[in-house]
Each structure stands twice: as structure tokens, then as C-alpha cells.
Design a protein around this ligand. Structure first.
Ligand SMILES: Cc1cc2nc3c(=O)[nH]c(=O)nc-3n(C[C@H](O)[C@H](O)[C@H](O)COP(=O)(O)O)c2cc1C
Length: 127
């Protein structure tokens, strides 16, 4: 079963969490800015981002919209924010409509407690 970690991060918070998840999963954390498409089939895709002025970055939305069930077995979501879980809800909707299974459990880290959540993020990646 292969895993991949993809994220979008403007300020670095989601990147830190993605790297901890990736350490747990034993794969690199790759920004969708550096690699805009998956290059091979992934059984479990960890996908994360954050809200900016109440919506996720258009880059992350576009990335999610081009995923297909042929490329991805299932998705585990993660997000960082000040308060909002909207990114997770919006990604769930996009992926669900595309027929890609999304695990109910997702990972959340508050933007002021990124360091405090790194161990838990690593455990999430190792599941
Ligand atoms: C311009 C801007 C707008 C933001 N808007 C929201 C928001 O609407 N809701 C929220 O919960 N957090 C908001 N935040 C906080 C970010 O989502 C939070 O800092 C997040 O961890 C950023 O992720 P990143 O460091 O990976 O870019 C905003 C941050 C910025 C800079």
C-alpha cells in the first residue's frame, strides 16, 4: 500500500504539519506548487491546506478537482487555521463528488500550536 503527502501552504504552518505526517508515512511531503499532478497511483493520499479569508487557496481547489478514483484509492485530509475547518469540508465535497473515498477522521492543527501537534501529525501519517 503506497502513500503520498501533498499540501498547499502559503505561510509554512501546513508545510510543517505535512512534513510531520510525511515522516510518519515514510514518504516526502511535496507541495502541489512544486508538483502539480500525481505521477503514479496512490493508495492513500494525505492532502492538506488552510483557509485564507474563509476559502481554501484556488491552487488547492484546482488540485483536488483534477484527482480521480483511478489515481487515488482514498484520501486523508489535514488542515491548519485560526478557527475554520472549512478547507476540510470543501475538500470532502469535491472529492466525494468525484467518487474518491475520504476518511472521516481528519487532522487539525491550530496555527498557534503547530509545534505542539507535530508528534500527533507524525502518528496520523503512520496509521
Ligand atoms: C490572509 C489570511 C487570511 C486568513 N483567513 C482565515 C480564515 O478565514 N479562517 C481561519 O480560520 N484562518 C484564517 N487564516 C489563518 C490561516 O488559515 C492559518 O494561519 C494557516 O495555518 C495558514 O496556513 P499556511 O501557513 O500553511 O499558509 C488566515 C490567514 C491569512 C494570512
Amino acid at each position: 500500500m503506497n502513500k503520498a503527502v501533498r499540501y498547499f501552504s502559503k505561510l509554512g504552518n501546513t508545510k510543517h504539519i505535512a512534513e510531520a505526517i510525511a515522516a510518519g508515512a515514510g514518504v516526502p511531503a511535496v507541495s502541489i506548487s512544486d508538483e502539480p499532478q500525481l505521477t503514479e497511483h496512490v493508495d492513500i493520499l494525505y492532502l492538506g491546506g488552510a483557509p485564507y479569508a474563509n476559502i481554501m487557496a484556488p491552487e488547492l481547489k484546482a488540485y483536488a478537482e483534477q484527482l480521480t478514483p483511478q489515481m487515488v484509492g482514498s484520501v486523508r485530509l489535514f488542515t491548519t487555521s485560526n478557527w475554520s475547518r472549512r478547507t476540510v469540508l470543501a475538500l470532502k465535497k469535491i472529492l466525494g463528488e468525484a467518487g474518491i473515498p475520504v476518511e472521516k477522521e481528519y487532522f487539525y492543527a491550530h496555527m498557534l500550536n503547530i509545534r505542539g501537534r507535530l508528534d500527533a501529525a507524525k502518528a496520523f501519517g503512520g496509521r
